[in-house]
Design a protein around this ligand. Structure first.
Ligand code: SAH
Length: 483
């Protein structure tokens, strides 16, 4: 057969991608009951002694002049013992690890040479060139332990990453990891097929992620085993839907709970209002579906979205419904919640920073400025027919002590302004339009209620906009950029 003859496509023969070069190998060293030698008496050595002792190692500290911190540790932790003298090569015999925190370069080098001669892996604090192994930054939910290394590139970078991982792993995971350890023998003893066992641990993880703040119980084990024993075919487990507030745009305004939900989602349904940076917080493997539903544009109907949520959950998916701002404010959450409950799908809601809160923060203006505003009201200026709703409470809106935040109010701004003036609002009442609040492209247009419609029309905003009206908006802005 000639090479260009049509035929079935051959499998791709290119070799599988190889692992990239690893700067260092993360391994987890069991030290319980093993001797470790630690040379040095300063605070750094004390911290290492505490860390090593936490693994159950027998820590032999050798320091002619132990510092105060070290001495207080000695009083508290029996597995740390001190020899108040200089170290010698004989100290290293049979040690599992050697750690040195010494100032003198020649001494550091001698210690390294002695450790190597004794065949003991060695670490010298702050001397990466002398180290056989390094201590990473640590996230501890023991028995779940995460070590982070930048191979000495930047410990601060490593610590910042550690802080991020900390926020993703609730403290309660410790209890789940402990349960996993104690249930392990029971699960293995059941001689389950590989796939069944795998399904057990997948469900276990799902439960841990869903209810991290509760310690697992024997009832959980029984329930998980009962689910695992179900016939694998046909009986799909019901998934779940979390309505998550995405905040106004800046991804840093996601709540920790929102990030956790996004990180464990199989599918994410998101609005037009959700900024691309916010969507990046979702698990990379999650399927992301845009269900934009902006006024005046062809889009999915609310019924389509609710039906999609129900069918994905019925397939057993963990679904995140990501909504701009807070889901419970002008987000049609009620319809989705009712639809899901009627279909028997478990629903949870994670609140978010609503656009008004985001805009107030970036303007640097208090919506309830003392003695200036006594009321904050969120209104929509967009009725079902796209016009200004006729049943707004005009008396409340023209209250000179009120701050009014108008959602979906650009198209009807001229009508709103005319109506407010007709109802008696002072024409010089401060008013600000904020487009894409908290996004890098945020724009503000500042005026008074009588001028804002024309100012807004001439700058033709294209992103989501809020209109904020009231005396409280007359204050000095945090950053003066008004375009
Ligand atoms: N649930 C959302 C509001 C959804 S209604 C919340 O709590 O913020 C959609 C309207 O919200 C938009 O028309 C606009 O008026 C407003 N909006 C949402 N995000 C915004 C943002 N980043 N900047 C300005 N307005 C925003």
């Amino acid at each position: 057969m000639s090479t260009d003859a049509p035929g079935p496509r051959r499998p791709d023969r290119s070799p599988p991608p190889r692992l990239r070069r690893l700067a260092t190998l993360p391994v987890f060293f069991k030290l319980a009951g093993k001797p470790v030698v630690l040379v040095g008496g300063g605070d750094g050595a004390a911290w290492k002694a505490e860390l090593l002792a936490a693994t159950g190692a027998d820590v032999h500290v050798i320091a002619p002049e132990p510092g105060e911190k070290l001495r207080s540790l000695l009083a508290d932790i029996p597995s740390i013992r001190l020899s108040a003298r200089r170290w010698s090569a004989a100290d290293l015999a049979n040690a599992s690890l050697a750690v040195g925190d010494v100032e003198d370069e020649a001494e550091a080098e001698a210690f390294r040479a002695a450790a190597r001669a004794a065949g003991v892996p060695v670490n010298l604090v702050d001397r990466p060139a002398f180290c056989d192994f390094q201590f990473g930054a640590l996230v501890e939910r023991s028995p779940l332990v995460i070590g982070i290394s930048t191979d000495g590139a930047s410990p601060v970078f490593g610590q910042e990453i550690r802080a991020r991982i900390e926020t993703l792993l609730p403290d309660g995971f410790r209890a789940w990891a402990q349960a996993a350890k104690s249930w392990r023998a029971e699960i293995s003893g059941r001689n389950l097929a590989f796939r069944t066992r795998r399904r057990f641990w997948e469900r276990f993880t799902r439960k841990a992620v869903a209810e991290p703040d509760r310690a697992p119980t024997a009832a959980d084990l029984a329930e998980l085993l009962a689910e695992t024993d179900l016939p694998p075919q046909g009986a799909t487990v019901m998934g779940s839907v979390v309505l998550v507030g995405a905040g106004p745009g800046d991804p840093e305004l996601l709540t920790v709970k929102a990030v956790r939900a996004l990180q464990s989602a199989d599918v994410v349904l998101y609005d037009d209002l959700v900024s691309p940076l916010t969507l990046d917080a979702a698990r990379r493997e999650a399927t992301k579906i845009a269900v934009g539903k902006r006024g005046y544009k062809p889009s999915c109907t609310q019924e389509d979205i609710t039906a999609l949520l129900v069918s994905l959950a019925r397939e057993g998916k963990r679904v995140v419904r990501l909504k701009g701002g807070d889901p419970m404010i002008f987000g049609r959450a009620g319809e989705e919640i009712r639809g899901l409950r009627a279909a028997g799908v478990p629903v949870e809601i994670v609140p978010g920073v609503t656009a008004a809160a985001g805009a107030a923060a970036s303007l640097g203006l208090s919506l309830t400025e003392r003695d200036v505003a006594r009321r904050v009201q969120f209104i929509t200026a967009h009725a079902r027919d796209g016009l200004l709703p006729s049943d707004l409470a005009w008396g409340a809106l023209v209250d000179p002590r009120a701050t009014t935040i108008v959602y979906m109010g650009v198209r009807t701004l001229a009508a709103l302004s005319a109506k407010l003036l007709a109802e008696g609002m002072a024409p010089d009442t401060p008013a600000v339009l904020v487009e894409r609040a908290t996004w890098p492209e945020e724009r503000r247009i500042r005026g008074v209620i009588s001028t804002l419609p024309d100012l807004a029309a001439s700058s033709s905003p294209s992103g989501p906009c809020l209109v904020l009206i009231g005396a409280a908006l007359g204050g000095e802005l945090l950053s003066p950029t008004v375009r």
